[in-house]
Design a protein around this ligand. Structure first.
Ligand code: SAM
Length: 216
């Protein structure tokens, strides 16, 4: 089984695996209740953001998490949603176009999360789901931490080892990082505020957790 390590800091593949499977990914994750689980999570765990805050969705894919952010945040913010796959970015733009809500708050861009187009300590919140599994974890967290201001937050949704996790690894060609390693690497830059385990009755509960962490 070949895993698709998508990028290093200086080199990203011209076009990601997701350029080929963006539509399949979008349909699978719309069908499995992912967006509903995100909505419930945000309803019970209000995001640590204020009006006008700068937010990044790193590895936004087809925009499922970006749109969940937009539904959860009731005041104007500035969200940049970035992905290596230009096909995914096009799909995400289309989803935003057809969604209700404040479209002006979101800008989509193609890019590598290991080499972000932001100044040091310039963002208030970075969210990421399903993308760190495609890169060297230490490099990924290092770059996300670089752009977050002290006191700002990282919300990530690491895949944890499970039968469903292995199935997803095969379908989407990623490699999940061991939970202990995720915690240790996160704590190099952040203080963990909470780790949430989704209920097992939700599909996401079989494969992912949520970690909210504050930049030290
Ligand atoms: C499993 S999908 C998750 C998409 C989205 N975050 C969501 O929650 O639905 C993983 C995404 O990470 C993107 N990705 C992988 N490596 C990346 C990198 N180095 N920089 C930016 N995006 C990357 C892929 O192109 C893909 O769209």
């Amino acid at each position: 089984m070949e895993y698709a390590l998508t990028a290093t800091k200086n080199k990203a593949r011209a076009g990601s695996y997701y350029d080929r499977i963006a539509r399949f990914y979008d349909l699978t994750f719309k069908f499995n209740g992912y967006a509903r689980s995100l909505d419930q999570y945000f309803a019970n765990h209000p995001l640590p953001v204020s009006r006008g805050d700068k937010i990044l969705d790193a590895g936004c894919g087809t925009g499922l998490l970006t749109l969940a952010l937009l539904r959860a945040i009731r005041f104007p913010v500035s969200i940049t949603a970035l992905d290596l796959s230009s096909t995914s970015v096009v799909a995400a733009r289309k989803s935003l176009y057809y969604s209700p809500g404040r479209k002006r708050d979101v800008t989509f861009t193609q890019g590598n999360l290991l080499c972000l187009p932001f100044a040091d300590e310039s963002l208030d919140l970075v969210v990421t789901s399903g993308a760190l599994e495609y890169v060297n974890l230490a490099d990924g967290l290092n770059e996300l931490a670089r752009v977050i201001a002290p006191g700002g937050h990282l919300l990530h949704f690491p895949v944890h080892p499970s039968v469903i996790g292995v199935l997803l690894e095969i379908m989407f060609r990623f490699k999940s990082h061991p939970p202990r390693f995720v915690k240790d690497e996160t704590e190099k830059h952040f203080r963990i505020v909470h780790q949430y385990h989704f209920p097992k009755k939700e599909m996401i509960g079989w494969s992912k957790t949520a970690i909210l962490a504050q930049k030290i």
